[in-house]
Write a protein of this length. Sequence first.
Length: 306
Amino acid sequence: MPTIEANGIKLAYDVQGDPQGEAVLLIAGLGLQLISWPDAFCKGLVDQGFRVVRFDNRDSGLSTKMDQFGKPNLQMAFFKSLFHMPLFSGYTLYDMARDGVCLLDALGIDRAHVVGASMGGMIGQIMAGRYPERVLTLTSIMTTSGRPGLPGPTMAASQALFSQPANPRDINSVIDHFVRLFRVIGSPGYPTPEAELRRRVAQSVRRNVCPRGTARQIVAVASSGDQGALLRTIKVPTLVIHGTDDPLVPVVCGRDIARLVSGAVLHEVPGMGHDFPPALDGELSGLIAAHCKGMQAQQARRASAG
């Protein structure tokens, strides 16, 4: 897996598709790696002529681990966040958005279609708001504005997210733990077959597991706060995709983003939870390709008119 220097750290990445095609930058969610973007989903975008770029966020996968910031106290961070107290996070989602921009720089990509899921969606929103000259379109999947008052996870999803493997030192125990987690937050209308879910989880666990890095990412999310004002400044064409059965980030959060971003298109997927089930690979890649190609059509019309 290649790595590249970006924003003062090393980011692991891969690139698929036509080098001359417009770039689609995929930003993964909390604690997830570039392989969390399913191969079939990526192939759907490649088959539409796009150059697909996946990467590991800082503190995930094979990218730089920010161990200089230690292991955060998540209970204290939650308490401070709840009462709007100052919170030291080492880095924020704004730094992670800068990672994405610097990755584009390092790869020689001027502008990209930005697609982010969950925490990655929040990072993508920051890219679109802070660096609009680098973003062709934005697709925000199963994410939130972070505004106070929005509903949070179900009790079952919260418990699953913050649970621990029975034996963190045993790889099979860790795999079992993540299989249980994804069963809880996954799509009830499109359950991933057991063998496929276990294969995906085992691949991810064997590639890299970094609980401290995930904890630091959690604090980065908490310290980045309300993005409502930023979302109101976004001008790039925006697609919001959200499952109606998401127990981790309820669909109301997606509706809130679509309301805040001028001209945003909301697509709700019945039966979808907080995952990428194989049964939806084609639908989701098709939605995103059509969104991106709509921007291409607008550019072509402007060129012909000029």
